[in-house]
Design a protein around this ligand. Structure first.
Ligand SMILES: [Zn+2]
Ligand SMILES: [Zn+2]
Length: 492
């Protein structure tokens, strides 16, 4: 297939490396060592006074199923079960439970209500919601279907969680045409308009105006007691601009929705104002499903502004994971992406949410806790399961400590198994062993902020029609980018 744009001479290739060079051309001298966050962690460690902290709860990937029916079969031959059409078996071991089923099923509202109870008990300073509300009944997707689910959650949050400061961001399932947002239209996607109506309590006027255009925003951090932090900004990116199943991206080959340009401008303004930031999104940029052209430029911005963004977290993969971001020039670890586990049991995972204990002065995470739910327990409640530094024996959550952890994964099968099993909160698909290749994959995945770098780290081909046909197809049909008129011009 030949793209028409190739024949037009006024389009030129926009190479990611050129964009990276342009972004990093103005990197200040004091950041050249790529050690900024490590240095602040050292300062915190050397401080003999007790640090003031804030607590941030993040929940993600609820994938609520309003057709979930207790007693329906947990096994079926479609992509999701636990609905009346799957039948009502006599065998109790395959009957859907009242509080969800660790199977090919999404979750009933009872799991959301249990989460709400626990969140209210934990009384967070900030509550973050990072997208994916509807179930995996992909054939049902329409504007009304998705609206029903997003509306259900918003209504619940307004009635039960509105006493907390809330920062939302949508996921790829929160669109009428599943996964698909067309950034090229002059009118916003109808779901963006709908979300905005739901979120008007939570976003300030500037953020609402920004969000209305293409579904991304930034606004100063506000805590549940009403305190606004004028020097701390929440930056919420819309990862539909990189998600490889958003088919509109095949025709948007130059910064979809002008988001990278907006992000760069926002970070420059924050730098000029002496602000620091917390960045949230749905698809982790290091995941295979985030297109390389976008992920590379995003990571270059995180390199250039490594002193500004103090915490980054995402959802989408339904697995608890993490990765470091590396400096382009030094290959040193400069930041961390945290990937939260999902609220849904889909697939074969235990529901969970995250609580970050954050240093109030620097906004760096000091503890990252996982709160878990066992649908099969008697009178189940969300309970504290583990905290990262204790769980993995880390000195702190600095990028350097995550590199040390990656080194240990390489040599320690038991530790690698802990990581692999924790992905699903020790769900029902058990990983029994992790040989040398498996440990190399854990090492490479946790060390790299761009998926292609993970593959290169594993000595694998970037594109493989044999081993990874879907991602290869999506990458090759959405790549290269063409510098028609836009990004990056801001730093030129
Ligand atoms: Zn999801
Ligand atoms: Zn998702």
């Amino acid at each position: 297939m030949e793209f028409q744009v190739c024949e037009r001479q006024w389009y030129t290739r926009a190479f990611a490396q050129d964009a990276v060079d342009k972004i990093l051309r103005h990197k200040p001298e004091f950041l050249q060592g790529d050690n900024f966050l490590n240095y602040i962690y050292e300062e915190i460690a050397n401080d003999t006074n007790e640090r003031e902290t804030l607590s941030f709860v993040q929940f993600t990937d609820l994938h609520l199923d309003l057709d979930y029916t207790t007693g329906a079969s947990t096994t079926c031959d479609t992509v999701m079960c636990c609905r009346p059409e799957n039948g009502f078996p006599e065998d109790p071991s395959i009957q859907a439970g009242e509080f969800g089923s660790v199977a090919f099923c999404d979750v009933p509202p009872s799991v959301l209500y249990k989460m709400g109870d626990k969140v209210n008990e934990l009384a967070p300073d900030v509550l973050f919601w990072t997208g994916d509300v509807p179930p995996h009944d992909l054939w049902e997707y329409s504007y009304d279907h998705v609206k029903r689910y997003v509306g259900f959650l918003s209504e619940y949050m307004h009635a039960n969680l509105n006493q907390w400061s809330i920062f939302p961001m949508e996921g790829n399932h929160d669109y009428g045409a599943m996964n698909s947002q067309d950034f090229s239209t002059p009118h916003p996607d109808p779901m963006i308009t709908f979300q905005l109506e739901q979120w008007s309590d939570w976003l300030d006027e500037d953020a609402q105006k920004e969000y209305a255009v293409h579904g991304y925003y930034s606004q100063p951090l506000k805590t549940s007691d009403g305190t606004v932090f004028p020097k701390v900004r929440v930056v919420a990116v819309n990862t539909e601009a990189c998600y490889n199943m958003n088919f509109y991206l095949m025709k948007l080959r130059d910064d979809p929705g002008d988001q990278l340009q907006w992000l760069e401008e926002t970070l420059y303004k924050m730098e000029a104002n002496g602000e620091i930031g917390i960045l949230i999104g749905h698809v982790p940029p290091a995941d295979a499903s985030c297109l390389n052209q976008w992920a590379t430029r995003y990571t270059a911005l995180m390199d250039r502004f490594q002193h500004i963004i103090r915490l980054q977290f995402f959802g989408h993969v339904h697995m608890e994971m993490h990765n470091t971001i590396r400096g382009f020039n030094t290959n040193k670890p400069i930041g961390i992406n945290f990937w939260a586990g999902a609220m849904t049991t889909y697939t074969f995972a235990y529901p969970s949410f995250r609580r970050f204990i954050v240093d109030k002065e620097t906004m760096l995470p000091l503890k990252v806790e996982t709160w878990k739910f066992d649908p099969e327990a008697e009178n189940p409640e969300f309970f504290y399961d583990h905290e990262m530094t204790e769980y993995y024996g880390m000195t702190d959550l600095s990028p350097a400590s995550f590199d040390a952890l990656a080194d240990r994964f390489l040599d320690d099968e038991d530790l690698s198994l802990v990581y692999l099993r924790t992905k699903s909160q020790n769900g029902k698909k058990k990983v029994e062993s992790c040989d040398e290749d498996c440990r190399l994959e854990v090492y490479c995945q946790t060390r790299n902020g761009v998926y292609n770098d993970k593959l290169l780290c594993q000595n694998q081909d970037i594109h493989s029609w044999v081993h990874d046909p879907i991602n290869t197809l999506m990458e090759t049909t959405s790549d290269p980018w063409y510098a028609s008129h836009k990004y990056p011009h801001f730093t030129q």
